[in-house]
Design a protein around this ligand. Structure first.
Ligand code: HEM
Length: 486
């Protein structure tokens, strides 16, 4: 049967490749913001294009219809990830969740991530961490607002808020500020490494060039720093456990949960120390920048669209009963307009504009073409979210579009896939949404926001910075004014 299928697929034509240069193929066409250049290319060559990145054949998908083919119809064939030099090292040889190839190890770890770390129930159990960190942020903003010129760099404040929440949930509340800062720095360096393409990834025979140019040594040093830090965190937890100083379980964090699972798991799957370190690395790498970027773009869009800001502020201010000073998690379900604002931000600014790449584990057929095994797939979620075929005035920021529709980001509506879809959809979605909603709601409740004097919204640049994640290029500085609560 397999042989017959192969014989049939041999007769089906391959998708024609875009013309490229010798050796490098189409790399020169990517530019510094591939989501934009790939969208331009797709306007000419169609929403399913075959490119060659070095010697690697890569399909680029730019329409909701084709995204659905890859992430629903043929999801199983494309549920694996290609390995790269950076991801392989930082994921302890691809034994994490985000970069693991499709298979038993990935399935087991993904189940753990959903059942024990990131699912709705666990997200609720960490609500105190969010509330406390958000109230500290509000105090810091109020303090800065009362000083000098009252300007705050909201980008930096949001970045440390998200890092603090993540450190607290993953490592526990007793972590020193110095350790939290180090994690934050390493997470930023991770992003830099993920944006660098190593020669070996494009031309497997050119690994010697990475060695010669010192790239490989730098990456290894970075990994070693991470590794010893994660070892230190795990050992501290084990010692605390041995002392019995944390036996009442009130201080549970991700490391405690994973160590407990390591002790309990009575199945064939053995959770090793490397698995635990790889999962922890994933949580920091996948969880920090993404949520922070969403918050940063939200504040930028709100300041550029004062009528949207006003509506969102009216909504949060109306639902508080007299005397209450903070929006709490139980209020969030009522904030329909704020929810639409967040969706609109994720539509125009998906934090991972090209999602994470997939790779086929067997040949399959699509639109009369044969797609061979081991073809890489990049899905341009950024272009799909701005596709005029699905969205009215696609480049405009109009949260109202979501008030009258049921479209959401849970992976069923392929014109809106900031979290991906199918088997590999982001397991951190409930975690991220809880942080983003609570933070935005309270920033809008407590303060009125304006641009520093001399700066008008017309001169704000809404460009992304290059890299795997799309942070706004300019840091956002704003002037908050404390609002008296009734
Ligand atoms: C607004 C915030 C976030 C966005 C937009 C986002 C987006 C994504 C995307 C696009 C993917 C790839 C999906 C695919 O291949 O179809 C992904 C995967 C993943 N995300 Fe998120 N993410 C966010 C927050 C988080 C958080 C807070 C965590 C954890 C603390 C997290 C953990 C992961 C993991 C572990 C994966 C790999 C899943 C797999 O390969 O099976 N993410 N995310």
């Amino acid at each position: 049967e397999r042989g017959r299928r192969r014989a049939i697929s041999n007769k089906i034509p391959l998708l024609p490749s875009l013309p490229g240069l010798p050796l490098i193929g189409n790399i020169h066409e990517l530019g510094s913001l591939p989501q934009r250049s790939l969208r331009e290319l797709s306007k000419k060559h169609g929403s399913l294009m075959l490119l060659h990145l070095g010697s690697i054949p890569t399909l680029v998908v730019s329409s909701a219809k084709h995204a659905q083919e890859f992430m629903r119809t043929h999801d199983l064939v494309f549920a694996s990830r290609p390995s790269s030099k950076v991801s392989k090292l930082l994921s302890y040889n691809n034994i994490d969740i985000a970069f693991a190839p499709y298979g038993d190890c990935w399935r087991q770890l993904r189940r753990i991530s959903i059942n024990n770390l990131l699912g709705q129930k666990m997200v609720q159990s960490f609500s105190i961490a969010r509330i406390e960190e958000v109230s500290q942020l509000l105090e810091r903003v109020a303090d800065l607002a009362s000083r000098d010129n009252g300007v705050v760099c909201i980008t930096e404040m949001l970045n440390s808020l998200v890092s603090n929440i993540l450190c607290r949930v993953v490592l526990g509340s007793s972590m020193s500020d110095e350790r939290t800062r180090l994690v934050c720095e390493l997470v930023q360096r991770n992003s830099t490494f993920f944006s660098v393409v190593f020669f070996e990834d494009l031309f497997p025979k050119l690994r010697w060039l990475d060695v010669l140019l010192g790239f490989e040594a730098k990456l290894r040093t970075h990994f070693n720093t991470w590794d010893s830090l994660l070892e230190e965190f795990i050992e501290n937890h084990l010692n605390r456990f041995k002392d019995g100083s944390d036996s009442n379980g009130t201080n549970t964090d991700f490391i405690d949960i994973l160590l407990q699972l390591q002790r309990d798991l009575n199945s064939d799957f053995v959770l090793t120390r490397d698995h635990i370190k790889a999962i922890l690395m994933d949580m920091f790498a996948a969880g920090t920048d993404t949520s922070f970027i969403t918050l940063d773009w939200s504040m930028a869009e709100l300041i550029r669209n004062p009528e949207v800001m006003k509506k969102a502020q009216d909504e949060v201010r109306e639902i508080l009963a007299n005397g209450e000073e903070m929006i709490r998690e139980e209020h969030l379900g009522q904030l329909k307009y704020l929810n639409a604002v967040i969706k609109e931000v994720l539509r125009l600014h998906p934090p991972i504009p090209l999602l994470l790449p997939r790779v086929s584990t067997e040949a399959c057929q699509m639109e009369g073409y044969n797609i061979p095994k081991e073809t890489r797939v990049i899905i341009n979620a950024w272009a799909i979210g701005r596709d005029g075929a699905y969205w009215d005035s696609p480049e405009e920021f109009k949260p109202e579009r979501f008030l009258s529709s049921n479209i959401d980001y849970r992976g069923k509506d392929f014109q809106f896939i900031p979290f991906g879809a199918g088997r590999r959809i982001c397991p951190g979605m409930p975690f991220a949404i809880a942080v983003v909603e609570l933070t935005l709601a309270n920033l809008l409740l407590r303060f009125n926001w304006t641009l520093p004097s001399g700066i008008s919204k017309e001169v704000m640049k809404m460009e992304d910075s290059p890299g795997l994640v799309a942070l706004r290029k300019q840091k956002l500085e704003l002037v908050p004014t404390l609002v008296k609560i009734k």
